[in-house]
Design a protein around this ligand. Structure first.
Ligand code: ADP
Ligand code: MG
Ligand code: MG
Length: 254
């Protein structure tokens, strides 16, 4: 079993108006086989947490740590993070012109495993995953995310997740912009990935809708760069009924 521990994480960015502190001491611990939902209003710092775990250079860590089985993730390069077992699906997946999906997946798999996957079983696996995600086979030879619709990009992220088999996946608003059918397909992909390998999931979302399909073990509510409240799945149900108003009104103070 692996553990990803975020401890007192403080993160800022440089803006034209000066330094802006975004994360103000985030504590979160997640083990493989657990699903943690991070919910919160817009602008509360959810994507900043994802970018920081990913190692985006814009986000400066002013304090705290991110440990993966005791190893400091913040000292790892982006590649090392992937090899260590971290997978990040961003709110806005990037396009990679000139690189086909097939080549990208194979290169990433090879880099992560340290050896190329056996070609026949790999091709079969890619095909199966694409079929499961209801992706047309033409997506294999298209450039990564180039000209993909929002929903197609999200499916493509889950395709990567299924094939790369990380220990931890951070999924930032994988549900945004999806219609109900696509949401189900994407959710089933995440659930399959978790069933097939040992996977811990940090599911970042503004809405409770996806949590009907991907059942969280823990729910953390982010407000103003901090975890304002934590609980089990019942907390998500409460948020579905009440929204975030009571946090923003300052009635919940940690
Ligand atoms: P969320 O994902 O919860 O909506 P974000 O992490 O995207 O929140 O943003 C948190 C706050 O930090 C917002 O006020 C946002 O405008 C600001 N912020 C995030 N990234 C940057 C950046 N690169 N430059 C300036 N401000 C940023
Ligand atoms: Mg704290
Ligand atoms: Mg966001």
């Amino acid at each position: 079993m692996s553990v990803l521990e975020i401890k007192d994480l403080q993160v800022s960015v440089e803006t034209e108006q000066g330094t802006k502190q975004i994360l103000r001491g985030v504590d979160l611990s997640i083990a493989t086989d657990e699903i943690h939902a991070i919910m919160g209003p817009n602008g509360s710092g959810k994507s900043t947490l994802a970018y920081t775990i990913a190692g985006h250079p814009k986000y400066h860590v002013d304090g705290g740590s991110i440990l993966l089985d005791g190893r400091e993730v913040l000292e790892m390069t982006v590649d090392e993070r992937a090899r260590a077992g971290l997978f990040l699906a961003m709110q806005y997946p990037v396009e990679i012109p000139g690189v086909t999906n097939t080549n990208f997946l194979r290169t990433a798999k090879t880099a992560i495993d340290g050896e190329a996957p056996a070609i026949r079983s790999w091709v079969k696996e890619v095909r199966e995953s694409m079929t499961n995600l209801k992706m047309d086979s033409s997506f294999a030879e298209r450039n990564v995310n180039e000209g993909f619709s929002g929903g197609e990009k999200k499916r493509n992220e889950i395709l990567q997740l299924e094939l790369l088999k990380p220990a931890f996946a951070v999924l930032d608003e994988t549900d945004s912009g999806l219609d109900v059918d696509a949401l189900k397909i994407v959710s089933e992909g995440v659930n399959r990935a978790k069933a097939n390998t040992k996977l811990g999931v940090l599911l970042i979302t503004h809405y409770t809708r996806i949590l009907r399909y991907i059942k969280p073990d823990f729910v953390h509510v982010f407000v103003n760069g901090r975890v304002a409240e934590e609980g089990g799945p019942e907390l998500a149900e409460r948020l579905e009924d009440e929204g975030y108003d009571r946090y923003l009104a300052g009635t919940v103070v940690k």
